[in-house]
Design a binder for this molecule. Structure first.
Ligand SMILES: Cc1cc2nc3c(=O)[nH]c(=O)nc-3n(C[C@H](O)[C@H](O)[C@H](O)COP(=O)(O)O)c2cc1C
Length: 296
């Protein structure tokens, strides 16, 4: 031991620096591997039910596609058929693109509804149109619950108004409520009982195949968002109006009210109908093309 003393005496600053560097590097490595990019995200939810609600279902298991025990969600021998497609003259394509823009530019979110009835078939066709949307691996992860029963609409309104009162007075905070002031929205939602139909759009986080195995709904959020865009366009094309709403904190109660499973999460609540005679809308301007388009 004594033979090392002169060496240690001479080089101790370097030895101490080496030990400190080693311990520092080890600490940094351990912090990196245990780092949670979204601390407390799902853990902060109170019940397992709410954890399921918060789950986007976008996690993928690693595999090389060679596992013989796995069955595909679609038939293994799915036939591929010729595409049905009619190519239009380019002038007609230009004209149609402009016509569609002109039509969609008149779509508005309406907050005052007439209770005039609408044929149920119109609503069914609108839902059919939404159901044509693309979806991740063709999982079609959507459920549309259509409510016309006045008693159920009343219960929806009670649930939404109770939560919205808390949202506006406590949860949303000053900045959010200030941003909403020009739109003149509040927690009173007369349209939920005035409109002849309410459409509740649910995204399905997952489903089960006939053999009982779980079917992952890849990109369910994006798929339902795309379908919702088509839904809004179909409502507008049919000559009706709607209000895109995402009532904060109402999902679980509304899901329970309409008897949907915990594998589904409410994404949108849309009253659909004709506008009230006195309906007004905020005089909003939309961004011009040059502000939303980047051509490369
Ligand atoms: C995701 C989303 C959530 C919305 N939530 C509400 C809502 O809870 N209540 C409401 O009155 N409007 C809601 N809106 C409507 C917007 O305020 C409206 O689309 C926006 O002001 C533009 O007006 P326009 O739809 O007439 O173009 C929502 C819109 C979107 C896209």
């Amino acid at each position: 031991m004594q033979s090392y003393m002169p060496f240690i005496n001479e080089y101790w600053p370097f030895i101490a620096a080496g030990v400190i560097c080693y311990l520092g590097a080890k600490f940094l490595y351990q912090s990196a591997v245990s780092w949670d990019p979204n601390p407390g995200a799902a853990r902060s939810y109170e019940t397992p039910d709410k954890v399921a609600e918060a789950d986007d279902g976008d996690e993928f298991e690693e595999n090389d596609g060679q596992n013989p025990e796995l069955s595909s969600a679609l038939p293994w021998d799915l036939e591929h058929v010729p595409l049905e497609f009619k190519r239009l003259p380019v002038e007609e394509t230009i004209q149609r693109s402009l016509e569609f823009y002109n039509l969609m530019s008149t779509r508005r979110t309406v907050r005052f509804f007439s209770s005039d009835p609408i044929p149920a078939d119109v609503i069914r066709n609108i839902i059919r149109a939404a159901g044509t949307a693309p979806s991740g691996a063709h999982t079609e992860p959507w459920t549309y619950v259509v409510i016309s029963d006045p008693e159920v609409k009343k219960k929806v309104r009670e649930i939404v108004e109770e939560e919205e009162y808390i949202n506006y007075t406590k949860r949303m905070g000053d900045q959010w409520t200030t941003d909403l002031k020009p739109l003149r929205t509040d927690w009173i939602k007369e349209y939920l009982t005035d409109a002849p139909y309410l459409i509740l759009v649910f995204k399905q986080l997952y489903s089960f195949k006939e053999d009982g195995t779980k079917c992952t709904h890849y990109y369910n959020e994006m798929s339902v968002s795309l379908a919702s865009g088509i839904l809004l366009a179909a409502i507008h094309y049919a000559g009706l109006v709607s209000l895109t709403s995402t009532p904060l904190n109402c999902g679980p109660a509304l899901r329970t009210l309409v008897g949907r499973p915990t594998s589904e999460k409410l994404t949108l609540l849309l009253p659909v109908g004709y506008p009230a005679a006195h309906a007004t809308v905020p005089d909003l301007k939309r961004k011009p093309l040059e502000d939303i388009l980047v051509e490369i």
